[in-house]
Structures are given as structure tokens and as C-alpha cells.
Design a protein around this ligand. Sequence first.
Ligand code: IVH
Length: 640
Amino acid sequence: MSDHDFDLLKKEILDLEKRFDFNDKDSPSATLGFTPSKNFEKFPHRVKMLSLANAFNEDDLINFEKKIVNFLNLTKNFEFEYSAEPKIDGISASLTYKSGKLIRGLSRGNGEEGEDITLNLKTIPDIPHFIDQTDFPDDIDIRGEVFIQNNDFEKMKDSFANPRNAASGSLRQKDPKKTSNIPLKFIAYTFGFSSDQVIDKQSNFLVKLKKWGFKTSELNKKITGIKNLLSHHQIIEKKRFELNYDIDGIVYKINDFKLQKRLGFVTNAPRWAIAHKFSASNSVTEILNIDIQVGRTGALTPVAKVKPVNIGGVVVSNATLHNEEEILRKDIRIGDTVKIERAGDVIPHVVEVDLKKRKANSKKFIFPKKCPCGFETIKEFNKITKKFDAVRRCPDRGFDCDRMAKERLKHFVSKDAFNIEGLGKKVIEKFWSLGLIKFPYDIFNLDYDKISQLDGWGTRSVENLKKSIKKSEKVSLEKFIFSLGIRHIGQENAKLLSEFLRKKENFLNLKNQKYIQELINIDGIGDTQINSLKMFFNEKVNLSVILNLSRSLDIQGFKESNNSGKLKGQVFMFTGKLNNISRAEAKSLIESNGGKIVSNVTKKLDYLVIGEKPTTKKVDLAKKNKIKVINQKTLDEMLN
Ligand code: IVH
């Protein structure tokens, strides 16, 4: 029916309900025409669900292994054994079994907490509801991938762009009956929490999974050495299109669980695993226009709007052109026929122009010197490379550039930041254009009356939004710092800052620039971060944003994650080379035992650990300040 007819009907029911004082949450007035609620209850993952770093070629793999060798302080030509497993392009899920019974199934969510989709997962025949085997751990999270086979997807092609979307949509159905009609499959490959830790290797764990009744991939393989990983990759890449499900690469995991444990992880990805992606698929299409996108940190990125084209199951209508130089170098013009490449979840990009097909009326793109907001852009000078950046940036540091401001808001509500459900990118754009939000704190003072009058916003969706915003008001200092989107302060640095600063008050105090300089003592924070923080706090509007936010939010100070750690609260610093252990591993050991590392001798330092050839200046300064100077043996003893 036409929008007009729809509106008339809606008005009629609203009037009737008002007249008869009828109020029902399932009434069409509250449900019809509104996005259905997709609010599943959320639960924390007992062990974080990590993602994987990507490798695209041999060099990336060599680099990956080199880092591991250094971390473990091994000899250069050490050969690792890997568990090589196909990377299934589906949706990951975590299944909690207690005393053999499946009690809960969660989606990945943001890796820390997932949605309770137990009922939907239970409809999948590959997922056992009960496991009656003596060697099955009493309490364990089994993790794996939910996906749809290609032949099954053929039948539902009209409703979804690709099998992955179909699997995701089906898993998030409100009605499990609907999910049960979709032939979802499950392949298991790892665990999160486990009450038993008796298995020694990933490959043996995969064998157990099969024995316990889970499906595992028939392509899993134990492989030693990078050369063999590469040849295996080639074989599977060729076989890939014969498979009945999509895989977008191979995951290599260090097979030995003890080594995995030593290696640990950085922010969101383990040091001991990597996804080796298959080479990109490509296609030919035409550039309709070139747009400029402005990122959160002001970078101007040219984006080609292309005639929609299907590349390996995904419809592509945008492709990045990276920067001004790239457009000139490849001589890319509007109207050109171009080759576009896409690999896995990486943003598609333009590879080359087919000059033979260039039209007489193709148009050169003049890269603007101004940001769409009107500011003159700049190219920064890189002190290390002694060159000007290829990227043009909008110099705004506050919220004057509307493009940047919107991107900052999108970052603020994103999964790894405030994680506000129902407030996605499109909603941010809409609220922004209506003047409902400008600064992050506006999110916590929304005009819900106005919102409920908007097209597509019913009582229920407004209530859901209110609820998820309310829920996000309690936030850790680390997430708070990260969500501000300060340049060069990503998740890892936000964590370092929050560990050092501990309380929101100390973070707010950084408005006093002398405190910012002190942050140089944090191991991992350098001049780049310090300068960026100085710039951020120099801007009045940023100060008002954080002050306002700190009033409406409940910002939780840093919580000691390891209360029982032997080194709880103790601060360490290294100088000189350690024996048999890398600095990185020693650092990670101290941290996992509750200790902290700094990179300068300060009053807060408790122990200076000296290795071979220490810096005399540091040792002298420590002694002068009555800081305990210890050797590696003493540290070993402290760690037992
Ligand atoms: S291991 C610790 N193994 O890839 C590592 N993941 O980018 C993470 N995936 O979210 C999980 N096949 O959805 C692992 N054999 C496999 C996998 C696999 C597919 C997906 C999974 C994860 C993503 C990581």
C-alpha cells in the first residue's frame, strides 16, 4: 500500500486506542512498520572470544613466526607444529555445557559479551544437547562456526546477499521455529572456558571434539614449517570452490597448548594464531563517481562509487582509492572501466584501469584541497620517514567538522566502545541530521518524544533504545578512553592509560598538560601518543565533552584483574638483556601475576630488574631513589 494509506490506517488505530484507552504491547500500533526488536539478552563470555590477525602472503607468515620466535626467545630456525584449519565464513557461537548438558549458547557479540541465542542454536542438528562421555569436561564452552551450505543457500538466494548473511539472519530470528526451517550447520574448532585442561594440543582437541559428537572440518591438518603451510594453502585454495561451504582462508594455530598459553594475546587477537586469507577475487565494473569520505581522525579518503557488481558472493558498490597519489599513479577517472578486488572482509579496492575501454568523456578527478566541511586540509610531516604524509587531513580537533564529528559519534557507540544496540551508523546519521545529537553526551539526553514521532520509531523501539543507552552508562575507564576516538589511542593504548591512571578523575586531570607528559613512563606509550593526547586536551570542546560525559556516566575505575597475583601492585622495570626469556614474555609474565611494567625510573617503581649490560645511568638513578635493584634470578624466585 502507499505510504499515505499506511499512515491513515496507523492514525486510525492510534485514535481508536486512545478513545478506548487500549494499551497492548503487541498491538499493531506498537509493532507494525517498526523494525522488529532484535534484543536478545546478553551474557558475558567467561573467556573472551578473540578475532584473528590476517596474513596475505609468505612475508606476513614469516613475520608472524618471527614475532613468536622472539617472544619465546627461541633460535631463528625453530620449526613450529601448527594445526591448520579452514576458516569457515560463517557466524561464530559459543556453547556452554555443564555436566554434559547444553545450557546456553551465545553469539560472539563484541567478544566480551554475546547474545543469548540458545533456542535458535538448539534447532541445529549438528549441535548435541547432551553429551554422555566420561572424558567430556564437566564445565566447558565449545566454540565453532554456524553456516549454511551453498546448495541450501541456492534456495534462499532471493532473500540474502550471501550464505554468511543468511546464517546470521537465521540465527537472530526472534522465533526459533523460523530458525529451525533453515538448514544451518555447525562445525566446532575450539573452546573458551574449560574446567579440565588435560589435552596438550589443538590437533588432539579436534580429535576429542569429534569423539564427543561434534562435527569438525575434514580439512583440518597438522603441519610443520612455513613452507608446508604455503603448499597446503595452495592445495586448499584450488579445492575451495569444490567445497559445499564458503571458506575464506586457513587458520594456523600453534599446536602446543603450553606454547599458546605462554604467547597469550594482544587486545583482541592471539599471538599464536593467524588467518591466512585466500587471494582476492576480482571483477570488472565502471566508476560512476568519486566521493570523499572523511574519517574520524580527519583523513580524506577518495571512494569510487561503482556500478554494483558481485565479487565472490558479495555485491560491491564502493571501492576505496586510498589517497590522492594513488588516483594520480593509476590515472583513475570517472567513467573508467576498472578491475576491482576484494579479499575476505577487507575493503574492496580498485586495482587498475582498462585504458582500452576509456571513454572520450571520462572525467579526471580533482582532489579537493578543502575538507567538505570547508576547512583547508593539511598533509602532515612524518618526522621518522622525513616525508609528507600521502593522506590529506581535515585539521579540526573538535566537533566543528561535521563529517569528523559524525564519525566520532559512530565510533563512540560502536561495538568495542559503548556498544549501544539500536544506535547504529544509520541512526546516528539520521539523529544528527535532525539535530538530535551533536556531541557524544547528547546520546544520554535524547529527546525521546521527538524520536517516537519519527517514521519507523514505535513505542517498542524507543523503549529498547532507552534501555540499551541506560545500560551503557556504566562503563570501564578503558572503554571510556577508547570511545573518545583520540588519534593513536586504540584499544591497547586505552587499556595502558586506564591501568596507569586508575580513576576517571586522573584522566580528567590530563587537562593539565604537565600530567600528560608523565604518561611517557608507561611502557608502550611514546611521543606520538603523548602529542596526540596533548592536542586532544588542548581543545576546549573536548574538555567539555569529557566533563559532561563524566557527569552522566558511571565510569568505573581500573579493576585489578589478578587479585591473587604474586606480584600484585608491584611495579617493575627492565634494563639490559635477559637470559633465556624475551623482554616481551617477561613483561607478560609479570603482568599475568598482577605486576606492572614502566619504562622509566620513577618514584612509583618498586624493582629495577637488571640483565646483561644494563644502562648504568638507570641503575644509579634507581639506587639513588632507594629502589630495589634485582637480577633475573631474584625475579625468577619471586615468580616461583
Ligand atoms: S579460532 C583464537 N578457528 O574466524 C581465535 N576461528 O577472525 C579465534 N573462524 O571469530 C577463533 N574458522 O568466527 C578459529 N578454525 C577456526 C575458524 C575460526 C572460522 C572464524 C571465527 C572467528 C574468526 C576470527
